[in-house]
Every structure is written in C-alpha cells, then in structure tokens.
Write a protein that binds this ligand. Structure first.
Ligand SMILES: [Zn+2]
Length: 384
C-alpha cells in the first residue's frame, strides 16, 4: 500500500466550497504523470531502470467521502444516487429500467461550468440547479466518474443496511419493550421493537422488560455456538450502550451467522405468518450480502444477488412501511446498483475499504505531532 498523503485537520474540508479539491489535485497530478509513464532510473529488480505506468481504476470510500471527492450531492439531497437521477421522493421505486441514468458527457459539462464560475454565489446557484460540483478526477480523460465510484460493501451493506435492519426494523434496544414489528407511528417510542413471544401490551413496561426479547435470545444462542477458529464472533454485549458502535465485520457476523441461527429456530415454523414473512425478508438481505462477499463470482451469482436484494427491499416495504413515504433509504437504493458493480468490476473483496480502514484506525490511535522519527513506523506498515 502506498500512502500519498493525509488531508490536514482538525476539521474535514468544506464540501460546499469543494476545499478537498486542493488535496485531491496533488494525487490527480501524479496520476496524470503516471498515465504517460514515469521512468525510475533504478529499482530492486531492474538496476538499469524501468518505465512505470499507472491508472486509477475506481474511488473506494464511504458514501459521504465519495460525494466530497467526486462532486456528487449528499445522500440526503434531492438526488441521492451517484449512478442515476432518481429523486429521493422516488427512492421506493425498485424498477431498475425506469431509473434515469446519469450521462458522463453532461456530468462533465455541468461540473466544468461549476469550476469556471467566477464567484462562490454563482457556484451555489449552479449547484441548486444541477446538484453537481467539480471534481479533480474529471481531469483524467479515461476516468468515468459515474461508473468508477461504486458503493462500498462494508459501509453500504453492513454498517448501513444490516445495522438499519437491526436497530430500526427489529428495533433492538435495551430501553424499549417488545412489539411484533407491525408498522406503527414512528413517533411512538416503542415502535417496532420485536418481541419473540408476540406480547404487545405497551401499558405495562415492567412486565415487558421481563419478557424475553430478540436480542436476549440471540445472546443466549451465541453462548451455545462454537464457531470455527477462523471466524471471529460478534461481541457478546452487542447493541448495548456499553459496547458502543460495532465494526462492519461484527455486523457481518451477526447478519450472516448469529441472527440467522436464532431466527430460523424461532420463526422457521412459527404459526404466525407474519413471523415467517419477517424471517424470509431478513434472510433475503443475508443471502444478498453473502453473495456480495464472494471471493469469485459467476454470472448467475450476480443474477442471484439482484433477485435477493430486490425481494428484500420489496418485502421490507410490504411488511414495515407505515405511510406513503417509503421506508427505504439511499443506502438501500445503492444496494440495488451493487449488482451492476459486481458484474462490471467483479467481487467486492478486492475493492472495499476494509484494508484502508485498518490503517486509518492505526494512524488515528497514534499521536505523531512533533514526534520526529516516528513516521518511519507508519511507512513500514503501509508498505507491507
Ligand atoms: Zn440510482
């Protein structure tokens, strides 16, 4: 791994003023030189020198950083998607053929106009009209900024979609009594907290706190499961305030291993049809994410991914949507595009943020300010 640089803090650059362009420009300048070829006068394997050529093949970030670097609008804006012009109000539309796709030539024309604007106010006016800003990556003539900014599986799949399902759909929360996942008003503090025994009396909180809730049963099952040594179990107290935020890999273990084991046992032959439908819905998400994590892919795997993720989002709306406003979020829509990315770029494992996140975590936990001589530690590790 080659660390080009770190954007200086203490705060992240202003998105509105596209301040990150100043840092990205330095990397893009290097990429342009490497496109033509840079001659190294001497390398370990080639004492007589070697011509090195490089290309940027995609941008790997979480959704927010992708918008900052590539000039797309925020996921909460009118147009939350980087691949199409589907409006946020239409996010529940699962018909891929009906989505108006972004056009690269038009995208570059608008981004260039934003860059050429003479005042900040003019840039703001253009952004309100087209919801696009300039990105330094537009300078790379071979780079398709619409195609080469795929969503990242650890963030989109596990930290967003899976976590949303546990927290907002199942409503797993120590502070709430149980429910049965029926769509009720979101203003109700007890909304959709899944209780496995289907008791639903919210007037007696003390009684409900004694009832076994979904997470309690999952905890018990986790204690009784022996995993292979190469699999890391999710933390025993996941979901509690004491544990805090889980990592993407821990949400992955819950989604693909622990929760399916418990839910299939509880709801697989449950007499209440809604419970079986809730299981079917969750398993569609687990199956889709499992395929998205494959180390090699065949065409039929991509079809299978698309089938499961579409089924998951369709039944998610049928089971849990309480009003005309779609229950789906921009990250759900991004998952609908992930099948295209898998077909176009291949398996996710070779292009996700996991390795980068590990190095970011490593560097964030070290205070190197004014400690000269410490930098070689980072350099040694990132070059492994
Ligand atoms: Zn889209």
């Amino acid at each position: 791994m080659y660390l080009v640089g770190v954007v200086p803090g203490p705060r992240s650059p202003s998105v509105i003023r596209s301040q990150i362009s100043h840092s990205v420009k330095l990397a893009v300048d290097d990429l342009q030189k490497f496109r033509q070829g840079v001659h190294f006068t001497r390398t370990y394997n080639y004492p007589g020198g070697r011509l090195c050529k490089s290309l940027c093949i995609d941008i790997i970030t979480d959704a927010l950083a992708c918008r900052e670097i590539a000039g797309f609008p925020s996921p909460s804006s009118l147009y939350p998607c980087t691949s199409c012009h589907l409006k946020k109000s239409e996010i529940g539309n699962l018909d891929r053929q009906s989505w108006p796709r972004r056009d690269l030539r038009e995208h570059k024309r608008i981004a260039q106009a934003w860059w050429d604007a003479e005042t900040f106010a003019e840039q703001q006016t253009l952004f309100k009209s087209h919801y696009l800003r300039w990105s330094e990556f537009n300078r790379l003539d071979y780079f398709n900024i619409i195609l080469y900014t795929p969503s990242d599986l650890p963030h989109t799949g596990y930290l967003n979609a899976a976590q949303t399902h546990f927290r907002e759909i199942f409503g797993i929360d120590f502070e709430k009594p149980g429910g049965d996942g029926q769509p009720i008003s979101v203003s109700d503090p007890n909304a959709m907290n899944v209780d496995v025994d289907n008791s639903h009396d919210r007037t007696n909180r003390r009684r409900h706190r004694k009832d076994p809730k979904l997470q309690d049963i999952i905890y018990r099952d986790m204690d009784n499961i022996f995993l292979p040594t190469w699999m890391n179990s999710a933390p025993r107290d996941w979901g509690s305030a004491r544990r805090g935020k889980l990592k993407a890999n821990e949400w992955k273990m819950l989604t693909l291993v622990h929760v399916p084991i418990t839910l299939i046992r509880l709801w697989g032959t449950h007499p209440v049809e809604r419970k079986r439908n809730m299981l079917d819905n969750f398993m569609a998400l687990a199956q889709a994410l499992r395929i998205a994590d494959f180390y090699s892919l065949r065409r039929k795997d991509v079809f299978s991914f698309n089938k499961h993720i579409t089924h998951y989002l369709k039944t998610l709306q049928e089971l849990y949507q309480a009003s005309d406003e779609s229950i789906l979020k921009p990250h759900h829509h991004a998952l609908m595009h992930m099948g295209e990315d898998l077909a176009f770029m291949g398996p996710n494992h070779a292009r996700n943020t996991m390795p980068c996140e590990r190095y970011i975590h490593f560097m964030q936990n070290r205070n190197l300010n004014n400690q000269f001589g410490m930098f070689h530690i980072i350099r040694l590790i990132v070059s492994n």
